[in-house]
Design a protein around this ligand. Sequence first.
Ligand code: FAD
Ligand code: NAI
Length: 468
Amino acid sequence: MSETSFDLIVIGAGPGGYVAAIRAAQLGMKVACVEKRDALGGTCLNVGCIPSKALLHNSHLYAEAVHEFAGRGIEVGGVKLNLKKLMSNKENIVGDLTQGIEFLFKKNKVDYLQGTGMIEAPGKVTVAQGKRKMLCETKNIIIATGSHSAPLPGVEVDEKQVVTSTGALSLSKVPKHLVVIGGGVIGLELGSVWARFGAKVTVVEFLDRILPTNDGEVSKNFQRILKKQGFEFRLSTKVTGAKKSRGVVTLTVEPAEGGEAETIKADVVLLSIGRVPYTEGLGLDAVGVETDGRGVIQVNAQFQTNVPGIYAIGDCIPGPMLAHKAEDEGVVVAEILAGQSGHIDYDAIPGIVYTWPEVASVGRSEEELKAAGQAYKVGKFPFMANSRARCNGDTDGFVKILADAETDAVLGCHIIGADAGNLIQEIVTVIEFGGSAEDVARICHGHPTMTEAVKEAALAVDGRSIHI
Ligand code: FAD
Ligand code: NAI
């Protein structure tokens, strides 16, 4: 066994781990990043954010060409889907970006240790690759091992007929009927991809609404929009089992609160009921790192676990499972290790669903404000009344701003609309700077842009929208 020593070893090279490693190296630490996958970038670059957005973008273009162009006066004959080429385009994007991180590691002098990391003791990590094992000494360790798809008893994943998001990103043909278990972000994004390519998509959701953590009005309206696009929904319904035969999966479902069972047949089933931390084989129990009942690593405000010298970030600790949250934590923990003071405002982390229209939110929902007994004002503006949305034919959705009834401080913003993911960033900045709805209303917004709907919603908080 060979031995090497570092200031910091990061285990996992997803958005949390690779960003932490680069920032720590920038701050002068001797850093190694251990990754067991044969490429850098973690879930996000390899089987998450990036491939899903490549498929979402191209399936949107395809659906526009098939369903929308003619109505706008653009006649293109014989639009055809070449799924093989579309998938290889997606693979190329992933390959380029993951190699880009290798380049960034070299540029910042981060040692890339390919293999499976295991914590032997505080300050000691072994990296195993096949039979080869290397023992590394380090002052500090950051665990950034991410998450994996949550299992559902009775529904066995084979990544062919019953798939997680990973299988759904690489189907070799368009399913006739895709049943999605779980009406959350993955189910609606990947359901959209395959619906646009012609699949019938049925979403089976345990709760009484889709996107259950979003603002209730958004969930309800968004479901209506997806229904118009052909989605079918079975809400308040649970899946109790899946039986596979050649080419058909038969799901048994029943009302969430119990009742008569029935069956739904699908040729592909996507299991997307959430993700759980991935810490298998890390040796956490042996070194005594505390986790909760679901395997979530417990950390303090400095991302320290209960074991000195061992830190954790990203999907394997509490908080939203988002790439940008993991990245920001990576920067903060590196800066803390360098003796600086890092900071994250968890009230200002945007969440975006990259469907069409997109759904974006930041801060509190109406339900959360009501539960907290907080007095608030609401300002809303529909894209139907926004001139740019009318030009683009993207009139579905609205902007909703929630502001403190007394101080007018922006507490939350929820947008359904084309490009909502970019629009929300203005309000993220406003929340971060403690701004008010009046501040947004008095900022000059370019015309004609979708951003004017954000300004109009801010005006609506005070009952003075101009264009409605
Ligand atoms: P990960 O990205 O999961 O990386 C952890 C890495 O650690 C993995 O590469 C793993 O191989 C490695 N690892 C684990 N154990 C070991 C070990 N013992 N030794 C060595 N290496 C190990 N988020 C967004 O913000 N926007 C999106 O659009 C978005 N889209 C998504 C789409 C899909 C289909 C999925 C599944 C997720 C998506 N996410 C998105 C979520 C995002 O991917 C995660 O929040 C993010 O990747 C978490 O980063 P992380 O660094 O904590 O972990
Ligand atoms: P999710 O938490 O978004 O949604 C899971 C859904 O499944 C919920 O609506 C839940 O009520 C439902 N559910 C739970 N158990 C069920 C059951 N037994 N039967 C039927 N429904 C059930 O989880 P999802 O979609 O799997 O995504 C996992 C994580 O990945 C998310 O937390 C998200 O943060 C991240 N992600 C982010 C994306 C983005 O930022 N655009 C895209 C994709 C994933």
